[in-house]
Ligand binder design. Sequence first.
Ligand code: MLC
Ligand code: AMP
Length: 509
Amino acid sequence: MNHNLYLQFQPHFQQQKTFIDTPKGKVYRYNDSQAQARRLAGALSAAGLTKGDRVAVQVDKSPEAIMLYLACLQLGAVYLPLNTAYTEAEISYFLQDSEPALYVCRPNAINEARTLARQCGVRRVESLGSHADGSLIQLAELAEPMQEIADVGADDLAAILYTSGTTGRSKGAMLTHGNLASNSRALTECWHYGAEDHLLHALPIFHTHGLFVACNITLTAGASMTFLDKLDPEQLLDLMPRATVLMGVPTFYTRLLQSPRLNQTTVANMRLFVSGSAPLLSETHDEFKARTGHAILERYGMTETNMNTSNPYHGERKPGTVGQPLPGTELRITDRESGAALPRGETGMIELRGPNIFKGYWRMPEKTKAEFRSDGFFITGDLGRVDEEGYLHIVGRDKDLVISGGYNVYPKEIEQLIDELPGVSESAVIGVPHPDLGEGVTAVVVPKPGATPNEAEIRQLLSDRLARYKQPKHILLVESLPRNVMGKVQKNQLRAQYQDLYRAKTATA
Ligand code: MLC
Ligand code: AMP
């Protein structure tokens, strides 16, 4: 049996109905989108790509990028989207690690991309722009549309998504056709997603949330969506009268709440607001409910696991919780060290098992092994407890991770770079409460005796090596870092000490 995720979307591809539209009124119908995806698959195939080949993609958000994703599925190639904010230094690592057969970049970056690809041993580079432009589109115009759909097993790779690690080295999470297909079916069912739904899509399409949750369930249900380049709350409010669903990270909701236009009338046509990727504050949930009458539905996911739990569509959506396991997903809370299951109500490590859980980290068998229990449960690194009604409360993280505006930032990666500066003795990067982004990346730096590194110098060092969103919003110079008796830096203490750093500042500090 062919388990290609593409087959789950195929029933809708004959239709003339809208798949994606844009605020400027451009419409991409299902049948036309499939035709373009087939031409792209034909172009990839003519270029020699075949099942299992990686296609690394760093392009601006566009419907054509989704068609490229569909083309990769059809061909059985492995789609590997990259954050548009990544610098050349970061991309270089991903290209070397994943060894793609093709690197697709933005048209205006083609020359630098070719040089980089050559250095990384990637033989082919094409471009794709956000105005249906780029060399890949030209190739597709000349290509023989591909008709056949690659025969893949449920366990074959559909995508690799890189996620930073606590060691500072990014890991490629291998997601299979079975992972993506099962998760989008579960979400479609749980959120009552149907062909009549219209999603406001303002998330990036290089992460699980904007690509797999948003696009895969739209495609599974045969629904439609408006693609917005980025979050613009006023634009969202303009479009709400003709939409039914919004998916966002918590920053979407805190920013929407700042607009006086957010009220019951503006949202009258909407049936569902979904939040995830970072904790939604109970106050945000309550304030949104008071203003609009809608209880935001919070769910919990991870790059490695897709979506795991969700508050119910019908029934109570409890603020501060991420709901119950999705159908087919098993959840348990364990003792962090021993792995023994804990009784309900106790706080411990969140572990998960099910068809949604990834296959492992790309070419990192040891790391993969370390994050799974012998009975197949994945150790998330998130700490939580399950209440008497079966709702999961995420109470913290065992991993050293900052989530800023829904993007994961691993302190180790930044600390390693800062520590390279000759005048720096050591550093600790922490996340502290930020009114707009949830957590603000903050660097606490200890200069070497007699040295006087300044903030500008540190910023300069980071500027072309780290994506902008990873760069500290604040750099604090201190004499020493607090340590426990074992010599370990006490980040909790630092977080407590600087908890009001951004509170007094403006929302965009
Ligand atoms: C942008 N900037 C950020 C940032 N986003 N800084 C810190 N954290 C962020 N998240 C910086 C830019 O570099 C720029 O810096 C300045 O802020 C303004 O940029 P912008 O492009 O205008 O930002 P904006 O459009 O306002 O974006 C903020 C945002 C966006 C929160 C809307 O970051 C976003 O869409 N986040 C969603 C991330 C996401 O999709 N996560 C899902 C991961 S999947 P400067 O200095 O140049 O001005 C996952 C699994 C799951 O977690 O469960 O879903
Ligand atoms: P990522 O690796 O980008 O997929 O981020 C996954 C992490 O985001 C999880 O391990 C959680 O720590 C966090 N996360 C996702 N959804 C939620 C949520 N609803 N509440 C709290 N944390 C969340």
